[in-house]
Design a protein around this ligand. Structure first.
Ligand code: SF4
Length: 399
């Protein structure tokens, strides 16, 4: 199991590239028709030796070479040569290259359904299972880079996600970024993973609503119906009250809200209670996602507190989904293999794991449900349930 590499070092770079500093690049392949006008951010993606002339005459101040192009003597422009991990890059993808260090990151893949922008590594929570442990550094440049990137994205992209850290750390600029996204990508749905506390401030909730995006969702975690348990999971006293106030303020302004409950040994034992409480008190939310744990980041460090075999909460998950379903709350199960979910609620399961870190195990080879199954995270240190077994010859679920 190995995730797709989204950041790394170039195989080599030319002298002079360091003067270009950090650069956002939209790569264009030899045949790049249908992607609209060229922009100053476009650079040729030279795939083979006989495309070097094309790349040199492209009209950009640098050239990107695939790993296979290893004779670079005749190239007269600054270049960055990718290593083989980045062979997947294609027309219209966006990368960020730091010419001083040779480090590069893929920030958008045009062919993927799973494009998420990390906005900041700062956060006012310290969740026990955080997959992206926060750092207290000024990284506002990331948000500026995202603002720069949005107009370069294919307008037919169905959805974009924004995550962190807490994306609303720099509230004003993030909301400005939502406006840029709305203007540049009017038909792209936006999904923001936020802890929701910023919306307790009525001005922030109003500024969010004033963006008036037709398809903007705030995905907000609520880990328990019990305040101290939620506060403990996010390691911040008072978080539950402020998050709930934020949800109410945002919904009062007609905004779309998804509640996210991550399932682990601290939250799963009270899952039925949590779902019944959501069904009774927050039935107006647009979606509830009950989510298997990604065993990476702090989840590895806190493994002894957090790990629970999903088989041990299978019955609670079933009861929780049924409670939400009875209240007509749209509910999905994320990140869990179908064989660990009771048949009665399997239709709620979603293939939610991003393509770049999605994997399957040997048992899946003989499973009828593999095309519909979320499978596993390949990131971090995957842990496996005792319940994994191929589903063979059973009626297929309707999805
Ligand atoms: S055996 Fe594999 S493909 Fe089949 S349901 Fe389980 S995890 Fe999914």
């Amino acid at each position: 199991m190995k995730p797709l590499v989204l950041s790394g070092r170039a195989a080599n770079t030319s002298p002079g590239l360091e003067q270009l500093g950090r650069r956002l690049i939209r790569v264009r392949e030899f045949s790049y028709d249908g992607l609209g006008e060229l922009s100053p951010f476009d650079a040729p993606l030279v795939a083979q030796q006989d495309q070097i002339d094309w790349g040199s005459n492209f009209g950009s101040d640098l050239i990107v070479l695939r790993a296979a192009v290893d004779q670079t003597e005749e190239i007269r422009k600054p270049f960055v040569r990718l290593n083989r991990d980045f062979d997947y890059l294609a027309n219209g993808d966006l990368i960020s290259v730091d010419g001083r260090t040779g480090r590069l990151r893929t920030i958008y893949r045009r062919a993927s359904r799973y494009n998420f922008f990390l906005i900041t590594e700062r956060c006012n929570h310290l969740c026990l299972m955080c997959s992206q442990p926060p750092k207290d550094v000024n990284d506002d440049w990331i948000l500026e880079e995202v603002c720069e990137a949005l107009p370069l994205i294919d307008p037919s992209t169905p959805t974009l996600g924004f995550t962190g850290g807490e994306p609303l750390t720099n509230r004003d600029r993030f909301i400005e970024m939502l406006r840029i996204a709305k203007d540049a990508l009017p038909s792209t749905g936006l999904h923001v993973l936020t802890n929701g506390r910023a919306f307790a401030d009525p001005q922030v909730a109003k500024a969010w609503a004033d963006v008036a995006h037709p398809n903007l969702t705030a995905g907000i975690p609520v880990y328990s119906a019990v305040d101290y348990l939620h506060d403990h999971v996010v390691q911040s006293k008072g978080a539950f009250d402020e998050t709930l106030l934020g949800i109410l303020r945002l919904k009062n302004l007609g905004q779309r809200i998804e509640i996210r409950v991550v399932l682990h040994a601290l939250t799963a034992p009270r899952l039925v209670e949590t779902c019944e409480w959501i069904a009774r008190n927050l039935p107006f939310v647009d979606h509830v996602a009950l989510m298997g744990l990604e065993n990476t980041g702090y989840a590895i460090a806190n493994d002894s507190q957090l790990w629970i075999d999903p088989m041990d909460y299978q019955a609670s998950l079933t009861a929780g989904v049924l409670a939400l379903r009875a209240a007509r709350v749209r509910t999905s199960i994320y990140n869990l293999p179908l064989c660990l979910i009771d048949e009665s609620v399997r239709s709620h399961a979603v293939q939610s794991i991003s393509d770049w870190k999605n994997a399957y195990v040997e048992e899946c080879g003989s499973c009828d449900e593999r095309p519909r199954c979320a499978g596993f995270f390949s990131s971090g240190r995957p842990k496996f349930s005792r319940g994994i077994r191929p589903i063979v010859g059973e009626p297929q679920i309707a999805v």
